[in-house]
Design a protein around this ligand. Structure first.
Ligand code: IMP
Ligand code: MG
Length: 181
């Protein structure tokens, strides 16, 4: 698996640091509240589980699965499907959407449209990575871990064709891996 990686962009140590930094900010901003963390499956699962261990407030979490990418496709199609909705009502809640990476912004833009209609008290976004170069929809990302260049990355929850999610770092996939499929 490691042989398919061209370069490591975010090391396990940097991941730890980033989660501490984001967790400290969120602990401060949500002090005395009971936020609902919404994990966008599947990519953000690993990030959320690490992040919330650094958030020192009473919170709840739930999962939502949306898709904008086809299995082998590394370019967003602009279509977002809800595959699994929340089990929790967000009415009156302070919602924190947890994403792995924001690329074009299309996924979050349509997700926000949908959640905004559900009368939450507040909706904020935390994303582990941000690829600002490819943004198509302007999105206010309230908490960003690390900005990265326009490269297709895998690991720490992020996949190519459902693989590489278990890498303990974020790496750039060798282009030949997805060009020769
Ligand atoms: P967007 O709609 O273009 O912002 O895409 C966001 C979603 O696409 C993320 O939640 C990821 O699941 C996926 N994605 C975007 N860039 C990458 C990448 O470099 N590697 C793996 N998944 C990515
Ligand atoms: Mg995702």
């Amino acid at each position: 698996m490691n042989n398919d990686i061209k370069e490591i962009l975010v090391t396990p140590e940097q991941i730890l640091e980033t989660n501490k930094k984001l967790g400290a900010q969120l602990s401060k901003d949500y002090e005395g509240k009971n936020p609902l963390f919404v994990c966008i499956l599947r990519g953000a699962a690993m990030f959320m589980m690490d992040l919330i261990k650094n958030v020192d407030v009473s919170l709840e979490y739930d999962f939502m699965d949306v898709s904008s990418y086809g299995g082998e496709n590394t370019v967003s199609t602009g279509e977002v499907k809800i595959i699994k909705d929340l089990d929790t009502s967000i009415k009156g809640r302070d919602v924190v959407i947890v994403e792995d990476i924001i690329d074009t912004g299309i996924t979050l833009d349509s997700l926000l449209d949908l959640l905004n209609a559900r009368q939450a008290n507040s909706i904020k976004i935390v994303s582990f990575l941000d690829k600002p170069d490819r943004r198509v929809k302007s999105i206010k990302v309230d908490y960003t871990g690390i900005q990265i260049p326009d490269e297709f990355v895998v690991g720490y929850g992020m996949d190519y064709d459902e693989k590489y999610r278990n890498l303990p770092y974020v790496g750039i996939l060798k282009p030949e891996v997805y060009n020769t499929k």
